[in-house]
Design a protein around this ligand. Structure first.
Ligand code: PEP
Ligand code: MG
Length: 874
């Protein structure tokens, strides 16, 4: 099959050939050529050739160089120049270009085709000796570096010496004689470090360069980049061989890079830089300071005007922001590259809205253009790009909960509470967190843990609050006793400041500067469009009135999961909770529960009020009871004293409650089976709170959710108990008004999904608890998965962290089966998801496709879920 595609005036073969084969750069060169833009002609060698190169044991496939030769002949005819000619030589650039842009790959080689003879030809043809030898020295340098791996420092060093010798401050001040001398030295350096002379045959140069591009596809850098970015399934890189346009021909020449709009703010203003008398990499290399493109009109009005026209043509053609490279050769403009410009979340929102206004794209396209996850950047404070670029990154953990936090180190929850009360901003630094740390986590500006994964306690809780969290930063050694951490060979004590980036997982030294978010009008507009197109409902996981309100402000249409256990960890309640757990008889237990009831009722009144007219799914107590008891002797003694029992009794109850595998132990609905009085108290609190609200004309819409059901019989039993309690409360309150409380269950045990038709007999709704469902389907502990998960994704055993993105193939089958089987029994069964996946765009797409009614996620992810739901529906 065809290996080489030509683009130029003679013909443009690549038009309509996919990005897969031509790479992004190759395809866009062909497209720009075909819409009449001034692109220096050239050829693209396909990505398939790269794949064949590796298949064939790193050999260029047979016939390739013949096809390349043919392409070069066409080029020669079109440009009336000859490759390697000693009069008017054709020179080319060689660049890599995969289907996805990949900074890990090969640098560009410019001026290929120069040798000792053609350099003279170039000098004569252009009447510019300085220019010709400047081009030659660049070629030897780049070719030596990129193709033969000669250390650039050697060239750099020689150049510095020449500059000294000729009293030149800047590169372009070295005269022709100096550059001729430099070329000779470069060739000597090349020979010394490669053991060969610099190749004089242009076709040989080209062949070696093409091979070097293919090799760069599999360098550690490139492979690592694909790993990190999750880029898979590409054939390889294409090679673009393009005739040269010279930006270094003097003061009437130059080169630049630009974005058609500002990529960090989205402002519709041409944005970029150019450098006079320079070639390609000089702009980015920082050798001389480039000028803003806006100043180009002072230098060459006509070219600037043409560039602005091209900018508009490109946007009209691609209907998106373009990131371009261009060169001006003696006042003539050439386009070298275009691609869709990368942008920040804020820019993405503004650009999408502006382009709709300008009539470039429609609302659906605008919605699809905004990466849903990038909205996070608009909702939370973030580090400024400038300060971030200067920051010293100590290590990297998991980006568990986005945001930017700067603070001093606190090592225990109490310390975090005390010091933040005293006005300090603290980062709570723990090996891992437990429900006992809640207060400390809440008062900290950020949370940093050295173990635990994306659904570890710290991560889940932090995301729920929109609190910045970096989890599982395994390289950090934490010494709680001496209040020090050790990382990257440095030690930090409790008074030292660090910065953590919850969006990237970076842990940085010192105070890195942050900026506050602004929710602009465009953001609201995008949300409005999203709501018009989505069919999935979006609820939130919240368990306080403040979180409920915040989520509502972000557009939540109810609560999909209110975890009641969080309500028991507050200081004045935990002791009663412990009294209940330590009770030895049902009567004592009921007495303690009676004390908890008013607290619980008060919480619900607050939440129902914040969520008035919207459904609130309250989950009954879920975690194993031992989580509420302290494990250290000192704390056990304190509790014994308060409750007036012996420390030995506390200790014995703790060991009695100990479980080898607590996630599979006495938790969820199993607690209510053993201790129905817990369920009774919670249901009573829910119903009483609802009645109290109704009496105040606040429309409370509670739903009762029974967790961790595995068999229909469990739900049958507990549903009956709940219904009984509802009726009892109603009659005790002599309430005759309308109060429709749905009773449903979580589907988080595989067996519940498998027998969903039976379970649905007793459930009016299902909420898929995909955290536990993933844990139990894979058999991976959600709190310990980070010990091996990095290996699993690196070796591509798993495509992604299944606790972050729903495993559609496996766990997804159970979800789908649950929906289908459940609705066979109960046609109008409401189905939702409340695991962490409910806020993940890819998982939301899945949820849309299997016909869920809603997703539920932490308050800060609500806007993301609204957008992702719209994208799934479009
Ligand atoms: C779940 O298991 O998905 C769930 C939402 O419950 P939790 O995370 O509280 O176990
Ligand atoms: Mg669960």
């Amino acid at each position: 099959s065809k290996m080489v595609y030509y683009f130029g005036k003679t013909k443009t073969e690549g038009k309509g050939v996919g990005k897969d084969l031509l790479g992004g750069k190759g395809l866009n060169l062909a497209e720009m050529t075909s819409i009449g833009l001034p692109v220096p002609p050239g050829i693209t060698i396909t990505t398939q050739v790269c794949a064949d190169y590796y298949k064939g044991g790193k050999k260029l496939p047979k016939g390739l160089m013949d096809e390349v030769h043919e392409g070069i002949s066409t080029l020669e005819k079109e440009l009336k120049k000859t490759f390697g000619d000693n009069k008017n030589p054709l020179l080319v650039s060689v660049r890599s270009g995969a289907a996805v842009s990949m900074p890990g790959m090969m640098n560009t080689i410019l001026n290929l085709g120069l040798n000792d003879e053609s350099v003279v030809g170039l000098a004569n043809a252009t009447n510019n000796e300085r220019f010709a030898y400047d081009a030659y020295r660049r070629l030897i340098d780049m070719f030596g570096d990129v193709v033969m791996e000669v250390d650039r420092d050697h060239f750099e060093h020689a150049f510095t010496e020449i500059k000294k010798k000729y009293n030149a401050n800047l590169d372009n001040e070295v005269p022709a004689a100096g550059l001729i001398e430099l070329c000779n030295e470069y060739k000597a350096i090349y020979q010394k470090y490669t053991g060969e002379a610099f190749p004089q045959d242009p076709m040989k140069q080209l062949e070696l360069a093409v091979e070097a591009v293919f090799k760069s596809w599999n360098t550690t850098r490139a492979v690592r980049y694909r790993e990190v970015e999750g880029i898979r399934g590409l054939l390889g890189t294409a090679v673009n061989v393009q005739s040269m346009a010279y930006g270094n021909m003097g003061q009437d020449s130059g080169t630049g890079v630009a974005f058609t709009r500002n990529p960090s703010t989205g402002e519709n203003k041409f944005y970029g830089e150019f450098l006079i008398d320079a070639q390609g990499e000089d702009v980015v290399a920082g050798i001389r300071t480039p000028q803003p493109v806006a100043e180009m009109s002072k230098w060459n009005r006509a070219v600037y005007k043409q560039l602005l026209e091209i900018k508009d043509t490109l946007e009209a053609h691609y209907k998106d922001v373009q990131d371009i490279e261009f060169t001006i050769e003696k006042g003539e403009l050439f386009m070298l590259q275009t691609r869709n410009g990368k942008r920040t979340g804020a820019a993405a929102v503004k650009i999408a809205c502006d382009m709709v206004k300008e009539g470039l794209i429609d609302e659906q396209t605008a919605l699809l253009r905004i990466p849903a996850n990038d909205l996070t950047q608009l909702l939370l404070p973030s580090f400024t790009t400038a300060s971030k670029s200067k920051a010293n990154v100590l290590t990297r953990g998991l980006p568990a909960s986005p945001g930017a936090a700067v603070g001093v180190l606190a090592f225990t929850a109490e310390e975090a509470v005390e010091r933040s009360h005293a006005g300090e901003k603290v980062i709570l630094c723990r090996k891992e967190t437990s429900p006992e740390d809640i207060d400390g986590m809440h008062s900290a500006v950020g949370i940093l843990t050295s173990t635990g994964g994306m659904t570890s306690h710290a991560a889940v809780v932090a995301r729920g609050w929109g609190r910045c969290c970096v989890a599982g930063a395994g390289e950090i050694e934490i010494d709680e006793k001496t209040r020090k951490i050790k990382v990257a060979g440095k030690t930090f004590k409790h008074t030292d400041t660090i910065s953590i980036d919850g969006s990237t997982g970076e842990v940085m030294e010192g105070a890195v500067e942050t900026s506050e978010p602004k929710l602009s009008g465009d953001f609201a507009k995008v949300m409005k469009w999203a709501d018009e197109y989505r069919t999935l409902g979006v609820r939130t996981n919240a368990d306080t009135p403040a979180d409920s309100q915040r989520a509502r402000d972000f557009g939540a249409e109810g609560i999909g999961l209110c975890r009641t256990e969080h309500m028991f960890f507050e200081e004045d309640r935990i002791i009663i909770m412990r009294e209940m757990i330590l009770a030895e008889s049902e009567a004592d237990r009921r007495a303690a529960l009676a004390k908890l009831l008013p607290f619980q009722r008060e919480d619900f009144v607050g939440i129902f009020t914040a969520m008035k007219n919207l459904p609130v799914t309250v989950r009954l107590l879920d975690p194993p009871l031992h989580e509420f008891l302290p494990h250290e002797a000192k704390s056990q003694k304190e509790i014994a004293d308060i409750l007036g029992i012996t420390a030995a009794k506390v200790k014995s109850r703790v060991s009695q409650l100990h479980e080898s595998n607590p996630m599979l132990g006495h938790r969820g609905c199993r607690l209510s089976v053993t201790y129905p009085e817990i369920l009774e108290m919670q249901v009573t609190a829910i119903v009483e709170a609802a009645i109290e609200c109704k009496k105040k004309r606040i429309n409370a819409m509670p739903e009762i959710m029974i967790p961790l059901v595995g068999t229909a019989a469990e739900l049958q039993l507990l549903r009956a108990k709940a219904e009984e309690t509802i009726e009892k409360v109603k009659s005790e309150a002599s309430y005759n008004g309308e109060l429709d409380i749905l009773i449903g269950t979580m589907i988080e045990i595989p067996r519940a999904a498998l027998t969903a038709n039976e379970v649905a007999e007793y459930a009016e709704f299902f909420s898929f608890g995909t955290n536990d469902l993933t844990q139990m389907t894979f058999g991976y502990s959600r709190d310990d998965v980070n010990t091996f998960l990095p290996d699993y994704t690196r070796l591509e055993i798993l495509p992604a962290d299944p606790f972050q993105t729903l495993d559609a193939t496996g766990v997804g089958q159970l979800v789908e089966m649950g929906v289908v089987k459940g609705r066979k029994t109960r046609k109008d069964l409401k189905c939702g998801i409340c695991g962490e996946h409910g806020g993940d765009p890819a998982s939301i797409d899945f949820c849309h496709n299997v016909g869920l009614n809603y997703v539920s996620c932490s308050p800060f992810r609500v806007p993301i879920a609204r957008l992702a739901a719209a994208q799934a529906a479009i």
